[in-house]
Design a protein around this ligand. Structure first.
Ligand SMILES: Nc1ncnc2c1ncn2[C@@H]1O[C@H](COP(=O)(O)OP(=O)(O)OP(=O)(O)O)[C@@H](O)[C@H]1O
Length: 252
């Protein structure tokens, strides 16, 4: 039986006729978390957008399978219903919708909402419109809270640590770990993730199994995320991509 929760096969994606993703292959098993590093504009957000089904992205070739089924023809809400959750890099402001109301639509337990909001220091924001005037860190915390209440099987996190201070990174990471069932042994975990990061701070706190580097719309095969980060710091993205695209793993 196929154990992969997500399988991306030779995926080519255009935006306005410009090729952005150029033959992505990626397999994510149940219970596995992957991190993607890459310089600005390399196509990382486009990859997450293709998985969740942003309509402006044109799939030119390839396939995306989730739970063994192709999802390319499904609209975004169907993909969410199947168990995919996303934190966008820049989520929109929703005027006229209070954060508390949105959270109650996702999960009816008022007690849960109050408790988590307190822990994430969001309780004072519950009565405000979603993301309206929220600070960068508050937006990320609020998105994590929505995801926590949604409890998806595949988490797509686009820079969850961007704009978040050191104390709050620990709190947010704690929730990501809870979502990823990091306290269970890997073979018993049901949840998987793709996390996009620029700095390695979140790797200090979140349980990550596998890393990749993206350069110019292409992705390296699976490798040790901490080794990748180390090489990026020493040699930059391009050299790191060249090294890991040869399929080196775990310090070979
Ligand atoms: N709506 C759009 N219209 C035109 N070009 C776009 C659009 N969205 C993305 N692009 C372009 O696609 C390329 C890849 O963008 P993407 O956001 O996927 O990069 P990224 O790796 O996530 O970058 P960053 O690290 O800066 O967030 C960039 O050159 C970007 O300008």
């Amino acid at each position: 039986m196929n154990k992969n929760l997500l399988e991306i096969k030779d995926l080519w994606v255009n935006i306005n006729d410009k090729p952005i993703l150029k033959g992505i292959n990626l397999s994510i098993a149940k219970g596995e978390s992957h991190v993607i590093f890459g310089r600005n504009g390399s196509g990382k957000s486009t990859l997450l957008g293709s998985i969740i089904g942003l309509p402006h992205l044109k799939i030119v070739k390839g396939d995306i399978l989730f739970k063994g089924k192709s999802i390319l023809n499904l609209p975004m809400y169907e993909r969410i219903k199947m168990g995919i959750g996303i934190i966008f890099q820049r989520p929109p402001t929703i005027k006229g919708v209070k954060l508390e109301k949105l959270l109650q639509i996702i999960n009816r337990s008022k007690e849960n909402i109050q408790n988590i909001a307190k822990e994430l220091k969001l309780h004072e924001l519950l009565k405000r419109d979603v993301n309206d005037g929220f600070s960068g860190g508050e937006i990320k915390a609020s998105e994590i809270m929505q995801l926590f209440l949604q409890n998806p099987d595949l988490l797509l996190l686009d820079e969850p640590d961007a704009g978040v201070d050191a104390d709050n990174i620990k709190i947010i990471s704690n929730y990501i770990n809870k979502l990823l069932q990091a306290d269970l042994p890997k073979e018993r975990r049901e949840k998987s993730a793709i996390i996009i990061v620029h700095s390695g701070i979140i790797l200090e706190y979140v349980n990550i199994d596998i890393g990749h580097v993206m350069v110019d719309g292409k992705l390296t095969p699976p490798a040790n995320p901490y080794e990748i980060l180390d090489m990026i710091k020493k040699f930059g993205y391009k050299k790191c991509y060249e090294y890991f695209s040869k399929g080196k793993k775990n310090g070979e």
